[in-house]
Write a protein that binds this ligand. Sequence first.
Ligand code: CP
Ligand code: NVA
Length: 308
Amino acid sequence: MMNFLNISDLSIQDLNGILEQAKMMKNARVGLPKGAYDEGQPLSQHIVALVFEKPSTRTRTSFDVGVRQLGGQPILLSGAEMQLGQGETISDTARVLSRYVDLIMLRTFECQTLYEMAKYSTVPVINGLTNESHPCQIMADIMTFEEKRGSIQGKKVVWFGDGNNVFNSFFQAAEKFGFSLVFSGPKELEPAKDLCRQAKKLDIDFKIDRDPISAITDADLVATDTWLSMHDNPEAKKIKYNQLKPFQINEELMSRANEEALFMHCLPAHRDEEATSDVMDGKNSVIFDEAENRLHVQKAIMRWCLSK
Ligand code: CP
Ligand code: NVA
């Protein structure tokens, strides 16, 4: 039994195996209606709990559809409607859910909650986003990049804006997949004080570059995210927006990247804030491919968790 909690927990062989399987399953579905079963129904007789303590469109729908396509049965649970929202502990919740289901996907706030769920669960647990990370998203992003441009190894990925949960998972992926990563955002919103030291220790080709134009030069992949995340205090909005404005991705900035550079955003976006609509809908944007690939890659992640 294997959990999928962080990209840094997996070997590159396992990560590539997941991407390969996702690609195969995606190709095998061409032309099929969304509700058709995948051949062999690999999750047949399996029940998957999808627990959400935060809102979601993509994660919620793609996991639900993915479980069904694999022949399994999803149960969507909202944290607020569970006893979890009334103070039942996560450790008790984990032990109870493990008696009913074969796999748990959790979207929550603190990463400690996810780790606690994984510690007490006797079935695999998948990270569907915490305040600290979003590994399913980055697996879908790497799948998307490699579909369009081949191996991401050695490529230059530039992240603009907030050093948030999605960025953290890019950072972990940079170590595993061997791409170079540049963070271009305000000092106040750097994800960790000792990021450069961490990168050095892990042998990640990582740089902070606060000049957006020099940061984006030679970029193969340009990514950003909303300026206010679900876990942020809305009162911080004004301060954060002022800090982040210089890091907006617009056509002028995007034109400085490689001509073939892809634009990514995990969505949901606040159009014309972190990125302008002309970039989001432009020829280099792959935002909806990323969203689609959430489905394929998460199906492969679920199979990987249950295969070990
Ligand atoms: N990208 C992503 O995880 O979207 P949702 O919040 O809609 O699930
Ligand atoms: N950083 C965003 C990602 C949403 C998918 C958030 O945590 O709200």
